[in-house]
Design a protein around this ligand. Structure first.
Ligand code: THU
Length: 134
């Protein structure tokens, strides 16, 4: 995918701005919009714990607020995970809200190769896409 390295580096830079004083687990995300614009987000924790919002959902909220219509790809990066970090279940559903089934989800950690996977494999039988076809 073109722009992949750029997207990963934006997610990695964003992770340094994470607000994660409770878990100490910093996450950055970068969304590539259909028009080529990149929007970033970070996890923002809260002392109530339950109000914490993940980096992916923050990046998507940022993108939508700025006028994004559709996600081409999203990269997720944590400097605090050696292994590639996949999005949580809630974030998978929110990604599908704004993406075609073939949108790329690029999972990255501090070591090793990024894992790239279409959102339809991370979130199959999606009510917004797959189930509409039947
Ligand atoms: N987190 C994310 O931001 N994205 C993920 O994909 C996994 C988890 C955040 C939530 C919380 O602030 C911290 O990582 C530990 O779970």
């Amino acid at each position: 995918m073109k722009d992949k390295e750029k997207l990963i580096s934006e997610a990695s830079n964003a992770a340094l701005r994470a607000y994660a004083p409770y878990s100490k687990f910093r996450v950055g995300a970068a969304v590539l919009a259909d028009d080529g614009t990149i929007y970033t987000g970070v996890n923002v924790e809260n002392r109530s714990y339950g109000l914490t919002i993940c980096a992916e959902r923050n990046a998507i909220a940022h993108a939508v607020a700025m006028g994004m219509k559709s996600i081409k790809a999203v990269a997720i990066y944590s400097p605090d995970s050696a292994d590639p970090l996949p999005p949580c279940g809630a974030c998978r559903q929110v990604i599908t809200e704004f993406s075609a089934p073939d949108a790329a989800v690029i999972c990255c950690g501090s070591k090793g190769k990024a894992v790239e996977i279409p959102v339809s494999e991370l979130y199959p039988m999606d009510s917004l896409h797959d189930l509409k076809k039947n």
